[in-house]
Design a binder for this molecule. Structure first.
Ligand code: DC
Length: 231
């Protein structure tokens, strides 16, 4: 790990707006982005394609370790995710894949298999790291740790809007249930559970706009890291 490269970690539950904030920060600062949730989603997809059951820890850990994945910036600025040569950017965004990701993410050997791959993203000039355990486990020495929260109903609404905007199927009632199920699994698992690091800056975004959240994060980044915004 290059300890001189700064990291800003952004953790929080599903649907809270981490992805939007991280993409914005990455653009503003000109830093790459680690979407760690995508690695768990890809592991789940690769496991399902090999007909593995999602709690098959010895079967799935080598799949996680051997993921042949590439992240490339797409035309819209969002990351394009390519697995084994196939663009799976849309497939992995399905809510069912989020749920499957949450199941494989509870397996300690899977988390261990993905740990160094995530740390390798830490390169100059700096990294924006989006996930659940970025500030607690993957980058415990991060220069700035952010943790976003929002009421579960509000997060379900945000996810719904996001999926519809992407032209994907979504049902608000199902999303409310899936978000509650995922929150419980991610927060209660024995290893690297979803929680704010002791030194994280925590923001309840329930009644805030995306612009408010972005401004809060950028102000902290400018104070802590003396970062410059790309003109
Ligand atoms: O952020 P996301 O919705 O793409 O994440 C999908 C699942 O992956 C999430 O429910 C839990 C798991 N995950 C994790 O355990 N640790 C991370 N750092 C990121 C995601």
């Amino acid at each position: 790990m290059n300890v001189r490269s700064p990291v800003i970690t952004v953790d929080g539950p599903g649907g809270v707006g981490k992805g939007t904030l991280c993409q914005w920060l990455a653009t503003q600062l000109g830093w790459p982005l680690l979407d760690s949730g995508a690695l768990y989603r890809l592991t789940a997809l690769a496991a399902l394609r090999r007909n593995l059951i999602l709690n098959d820890e010895p079967g799935i850990a080598p799949v996680a370790a051997g993921l042949a994945v590439a992240f490339t910036p797409g035309d819209d600025g969002a990351l394009q995710v390519v697995l084994d040569g196939e663009d799976v950017s849309t497939v992995i965004r399905r809510e069912t894949m989020g749920n499957a990701a949450s199941q494989v993410a509870a397996l300690p050997a899977v988390r261990a298999a993905l740990l160094q791959r995530q740390r390798d993203f830490r390169q100059p000039p700096g990294l924006i790291a989006d996930g659940r355990d970025m500030g607690t486990v993957v980058f415990p020495d991060a220069e700035l740790k952010l943790f976003l929260t929002a009421d579960a109903d509000e997060r379900a609404q945000r996810r719904y809007k996001q999926l519809i905007e992407k032209g994907m199927d979504a049902n608000l009632g199902d999303l409310v249930k899936e978000i509650a199920e995922r929150d419980a699994r991610d927060a209660q698992r024995a290893i690297a559970p979803l929680k704010a690091a002791a030194d994280a800056e925590v923001l309840d975004t329930t009644r805030l706009s995306i612009a408010d959240v972005c401004q809060w994060a950028l102000t902290l980044a400018q104070q802590r890291l003396a970062v410059r915004v790309i003109p």
